[in-house]
Design a protein around this ligand. Structure first.
Ligand code: PAF
Length: 285
């Protein structure tokens, strides 16, 4: 695996090998890699002749400076995992490389309601910083296919809007959530949970599944009812601080007032456990 730290170096490498590579697949990450990330690399390798992973802990998307400081960094282990997966290139830039003119965001895109609700409401500025770095990474790596995880459901939606708005010739594939045996969605942040919190964190997915099954049985027919059911279930756990639980339309993220629904929907949750913020979601067909 080649480890490349600058955009220029990456471009030089592409020029050298371009003819050998029909398509480039790309999985952007912030490191602390787990099975979820590795599944993106595996998918890329199935489809593309060159697979690139980036690791860059992007300062501009952390609305909470403490979260940035505490973000797990495990670069040696990450490199070993990527080598094992036979990832072709690790793009590993530093802050100066990605933000040569400072971290101001002059090219903000208005993503409308999709970026204002849920994560947008609880993490102000997060999606602006995320979109800012993803655009920079896409322009640097120039992939044909982009792989992102469904766990960050709203993030993937905003990246698909970014691709549309900037008219980038890139296909986004959203890959399924990888889960621990307990059902807990894999996340780099899970490494910050102690054993007890890890057990309790599995309640988030259990709640998503329980509410999904009530929706399927038509016992729940609106976003308000879904939220009330989740709150009731989770209030038993003192260490879970629920930020939101919501049932939304997949295409617009608008709440659901009544059923039957003619479109796909999604249940989304964000909660704090042991000082760590976790998110998860399940699709409802
Ligand atoms: O999902 C992440 O790890 C990050 O938000 C991303 C997409 C790599 C941008 O920094």
């Amino acid at each position: 695996m080649l480890i490349i730290k600058t955009i220029q170096e990456y471009r030089n490498q592409l020029v050298k090998t371009k003819k050998e590579h029909a398509t480039i697949g790309f999985a952007p990450t912030m490191g602390a890699l787990h099975e979820g990330h590795l599944s993106l690399i595996r998918r890329s390798k199935e489809v593309n002749s060159l697979s690139v992973c980036s690791i860059f802990v992007n300062p501009t998307q952390f609305n909470d400076p403490k979260d940035f400081e505490k973000y797990p960094q495990t670069i040696e282990a990450d490199i070993a995992l990527l080598v094992k997966e036979k990832c072709d290139i690790l793009f590993l830039p530093d802050v100066k490389e990605m933000y040569p003119d400072g971290m101001g965001n002059t090219g903000k895109i208005d993503f409308g309601f999709s970026a204002k609700t849920l994560e947008g409401e609880f993490r102000p500025g997060h999606f602006d910083g995320m979109a800012q770095i993803v655009e920079k990474l896409l322009l640097a790596v120039m992939p044909d296919n982009l792989y992102m995880g469904q766990k960050d459901f709203q993030q993937a939606m905003i990246v698909s809007l970014l691709i549309k708005k900037r008219k980038l010739p890139i296909h986004l594939e959203v890959c399924p959530i990888k889960r621990e045996k307990s059902g807990l969605a894999m996340s780099s942040r899970n490494t910050r949970l102690n054993a007890n919190d890890l057990l309790i964190a599995a309640e988030l997915y259990k709640t998503l599944k329980a509410v999904k099954s009530q929706i399927k049985k038509e016992q729940i027919t609106s976003t308000a009812q879904a939220e009330a059911a989740a709150q009731k279930r989770l209030q038993k756990f003192n260490s879970i601080k629920l930020e939101y639980f919501s049932w939304r339309k997949v295409t617009t993220l608008k709440p659901i007032a009544a059923t039957p629904l003619s479109e796909q929907s999604v249940l989304l949750i964000a909660a704090w456990i042991g000082g760590v913020r976790l998110i998860d979601n399940v699709l409802i067909d």
